[in-house]
Write a protein that binds this ligand. Structure first.
Ligand SMILES: [Cu+2]
Length: 238
């Protein structure tokens, strides 16, 4: 037997002896009961305390998780802001020296026609690729769309027109063109209009005084199928 076991037995024996000496009366039983109930409530209290402590700890974890979430959001916002700063710093850098509309013209239309197009050769004289994503003109109220012709049918050209550094892109009947839709009024030959080209990097380049002219015989149709004649409904679907 080890010393430890012996000492346990001694304590147990001592307790028995003590109880025996007290005569194991009812009052002893009562004090045992009291002790037991005190122990029970002490345990219950300790349990509550532990529960509270756990709740506190949980709240703290929750709070710090929320702090961390806020911090991440803040960092994300800052990153977004600086990305926008970078974008703004490089935006609007293209000028009329960088992009030309060579031999550009607007096809004349009579009142009521409602739609026409701009042709010419877009030249990129800058040292990087540029992407034309839209345009407007000094003609005013109208819908301006970049169009392409696929299988003889025109449609909006999604993603615009990319032109490599030093490259050019031809806008002509039957191929890509700058479409003017929903225009109220005549656009008469001999007039001019400014065309403002909008690029993916935020640049806007205005081409001044683009001539309005009638397309010569045999060039009236925008489509490539050789169907001449004024294609006023512009559906290219014949
Ligand atoms: Cu078109």
């Amino acid at each position: 037997m080890t010393t430890l076991k012996l000492s346990r037995i001694s304590i147990a024996s001592l307790a028995v002896v003590t109880l025996a000496l007290a005569g194991c009366s009812d009052s002893t039983k009562e004090s045992v009961d009291e002790a037991a109930s005190a122990a029970t409530s002490a345990a219950a209290e300790a349990g509550e305390d532990a529960k509270d402590a756990a709740k506190d700890a949980g709240d703290k974890v929750k709070n710090s998780a929320e702090d961390a979430k806020d911090a991440v959001k803040e960092a994300g916002d800052k990153a977004k802001d600086s990305a926008e700063d970078v974008k703004n710093a490089t935006a609007g850098t293209l000028t009329s020296d960088d992009v030309h509309l060579h031999d550009g013209f607007i096809k004349a239309i009579p009142a009521g026609a409602g739609m026409t197009a701009i042709f010419g050769s877009l030249e990129n004289h800058s040292d990087r690729e540029v992407t034309l994503i839209g345009f407007t003109t000094s003609l005013g109220d109208a819908t301006y769309e970049i169009h392409e012709v696929v299988d003889g049918k025109m449609q909006e050209k999604k993603g615009g027109i990319a032109i490599k550094a030093g490259g050019e892109h031809v806008l002509e009947p039957g191929a890509d063109h700058l479409m003017i839709l929903g225009y109220d009024g005549a656009i008469e030959a001999g007039a001019t209009a400014d065309v403002t080209l909008e690029f993916a990097d935020g640049s806007k380049v205005t081409v001044k005084d683009v001539a309005v002219r009638a397309i010569g015989a045999g060039e009236e149709d925008y489509s490539a199928d050789g169907d001449h004649g004024m294609d006023m409904d512009h559906d290219h679907d014949k």
